[in-house]
Design a protein around this ligand. Structure first.
Ligand code: SF4
Length: 374
């Protein structure tokens, strides 16, 4: 195993750190070694690109400048600040971590591996990132970029998602992380993966590690890591009703234990499972019954007015929206199964409530936002 060779390890460390000093990315959360800023950035970067995170990060830090501000905030405000980033469970976990930091550590993330690892939502990667970036502890990290670089450096041809391969990569990361400048080294590994050792057509000719790279030596850099076959997405059909009553709009709020807990939406029904083809999405009959069941309102529902498509985890969702009018004398609104609130709102209030990005697209597509401002 090449990563047991001390000379090889030394070459990788010095080559990578030298390159990082010249070419490493200047990112907002690297401006200092503030552990809270690093924690926030790492929660945001889960499943999201650096470019997408930067504006959110800066806004979020202005709103919640330290762990205490985040811990004491209303969760609805935290979700609102996170709106559009997706993976909202991360926002809740981050706030739970902030509360633990305040209650258990006086508001400052401690330089203590056990304490960092015990924070809600903190797995091996985020723990290693906080401990090495903020405190320079020689803790390894493995995320998508560094995993690819490491797999190529040691020419590991196994499926990178398999348990033995994961273990092997973490072992290599642990051997390589240096006792000094551990944080810089880990960030350099990520930067090399993002800028040079890219998923397709890695730029080996300008790579600072090319002389020591086993995949490159064997001409395997394009074949490693081995691609894992993707599961076909499951197709799902949903229909929602935008019901009005004298200009007001009917909205409902999701209850706990479901995707998008606490988020607002228009009453929405699931219409079809894995294959919605051939079914009658947005059927007025389904929706009329659904609006009564979900919000306790009797409404006359019109034809489909807008369609959007979006992905959630492994699902591809087709959502069809229909406009409707509450019938005179209708009861409600009253929240139905799985919902904690149902109410009429003025259109201008739409932007102050937290909707999923798919719902916000729908709002824009139906012109409800310009209606609100106009
Ligand atoms: S030589 Fe090529 S494959 Fe190896 S680490 Fe550098 S860019 Fe990646």
């Amino acid at each position: 195993m090449v990563d047991k060779d001390p000379r090889w390890i030394e070459e990788i460390r010095s080559g990578l750190l030298g390159w990082y000093d010249e070419a490493g990315r200047k990112l907002p959360w690297r401006a200092d070694r503030d552990s809270y800023r690093i924690l926030v950035s790492e929660f945001m970067l889960v499943q999201t690109t650096v470019a997408a995170v930067i504006p959110y990060f800066e806004r979020f830090l202005r709103r919640f400048p330290d762990a205490r501000a985040l811990a004491e905030a209303d969760t609805a405000d935290v979700l609102k600040a996170w709106e559009g980033l997706g993976y909202y469970r991360r926002a809740r976990q981050l706030q739970a971590a902030a509360r633990q930091i305040v209650e258990g550590h006086g508001g400052t993330i401690p330089d203590d591996p056990e304490a960092v690892r015990s924070l809600p939502g903190v797995g091996p990667y985020i723990a290693g990132a906080v401990l090495s970036f903020a405190f320079d502890r020689p803790e390894p990290i493995v995320e998508a970029n560094s995993q690819r670089v490491l797999a190529r450096l040691i020419a590991m041809g196994d499926d990178p998602k398999s348990t033995p391969a994961r273990r092997r990569i973490w072992e290599a990361a642990a051997r390589l992380v240096p006792p000094v400048r551990a944080g810089d080294f880990n960030q350099a590994m990520m930067d090399l993966g993002a800028m040079i050792c890219t998923p397709r057509e890695p730029s080996c000719l300008v790579c600072p590690l090319s002389r020591f790279c086993s995949a490159r030596r064997q001409g395997l850099q394009d074949a490693i890591p081995r691609a894992t076959p993707r599961r076909a997405p499951e197709l799902v059909g949903e229909a929602c009703a935008v019901v009005r009553d004298r200009g007001r709009l009917l909205v409902v709020r999701r209850g706990p234990g479901r995707l998008w807990t606490d988020f607002w939406e228009f009453p929405t029904i699931h219409v079809s499972g894995p294959d919605p083809a051939g079914r009658s999405l947005g059927s007025a009959v389904y929706l009329t019954e659904g609006v009564r069941r979900l919000a306790g309102v009797d409404a006359a529902i019109g034809p489909v007015s807008a369609t959007i498509r979006f992905g959630v985890t492994r699902y591809r969702v087709t959502m069809e929206a229909s406009l409707g009018e509450a019938k005179p004398g209708s009861p409600g609104p009253t929240p139905g199964h799985g919902l904690i609130e149902a109410r009429w709102i003025e259109p201008e209030t739409l932007t102050s409530l937290t909707f999923s990005s798919a719902s916000r697209r729908l709002i824009a597509k139906l012109g409800l936002v310009s209606e609100a401002s106009g």
